[in-house]
Every structure is written in structure tokens, then in C-alpha cells.
Design a protein. Structure first.
Length: 148
């Protein structure tokens, strides 16, 4: 499934601009969230959203791979490889959040980067099947455009 309506957390944007966070070289991981999650641009750490992390028995957070940046004509595209939450899993989720860090060292102070709605109308589910999140072929995870 593709992610839709990605949003960047405010502190992550600032950290990218001052090179505190480097999307390409730093480690990042993804978690899945329930429909109770509400994106708040001022949230900064996992502690702010962890109450909405899903608890399905087959679910586990996943480290991100293939983080990349590209740009042209006043735009910057954030991209990454498909996030594979499993091939024979039963999971129901509405959002995916991306954080700075690794699953092995996951803590409540891990910084929030992005929130992605998996579908703009309903939860996404798998029943003993694949649960993968892919990013837009042209726009990647998110494309940031300069405006005049």
C-alpha cells in the first residue's frame, strides 16, 4: 500500500535545516499507529504519540532503509525503501510515524520525523498477509517545495 498525506514534524524540519538530523546518514525507523492518532506539528518525541502505537500481536516496528534526498528547481524529495511490516501478518493501522533512531535502541526520547496517513478514509488491514508501506513513485515520502 502507498502512504498518503505525509506531514513533517516541526522540530524535524528545523533539525534538517541546521543539520542536526541528516535524513540520509542517520538511522530512522517506522511505527504503526491507530486511528486515534492526531498529527500535531509541535509533537517532538515518541513519548508524544506512543499511546496510539498499535498492539496487534504480529506487529513490530521496522528500521528504515534506503533513505535518500534528491532535488531540483526549488524542491527537495525525501524518499526511502518500502517498509515491510511482514508477509504473513494480521495488522490493522491508520498511520505510520517515522522516527530518528533504531528499533533495537527505541526509547521515548526518539525524535519524530514524519507522520503518514495510510489511507485518507479508513484503516488499512492485513489478515495473514503482507503489510508493506511504499512511497509515491514521483514524490517519494514527501516533497518540500520552496515558494516565493
Amino acid at each position: 500500500m502507498a502512504s498518503g498525506n505525509p506531514q513533517m514534524y516541526g522540530q524535524f524540519l528545523l533539525d534538517c535545516l541546521d543539520n542536526t538530523d541528516n535524513w540520509v546518514t542517520d538511522d530512522h525507523y517506522a511505527i504503526l499507529l491507530t486511528s486515534s492518532h492526531t498529527f500535531t506539528i509541535g509533537d517532538t518525541t515518541l513519548t508524544d504519540i506512543v499511546a496510539n502505537e498499535i498492539s496487534d500481536g504480529d506487529y513490530s516496528p521496522q528500521d528504515m532503509t534506503g533513505e535518500a534526498l534528491s532535488g531540483a528547481a526549488g524542491t527537495v524529495k525525501y524518499d526511502a525503501d518500502v517498509v515491510d511490516f511482514g508477509n504473513t501478518v494480521t495488522i490493522t493501522a491508520r498511520y505510520m510515524a517515522i522516527l530518528k533512531g533504531t528499533v533495537a535502541a527505541k526509547t521515548g526520547t526518539d525524535k519524530l520525523c514524519f507522520s503518514c496517513e495510510l489511507d485518507d478514509t479508513t484503516d488499512k488491514s492485513s489478515s495473514n498477509g503482507d503489510f508493506d508501506v511504499d512511497f509515491h513513485a514521483t514524490n517519494g515520502l514527501v516533497t518540500v517545495a520552496q515558494t516565493s
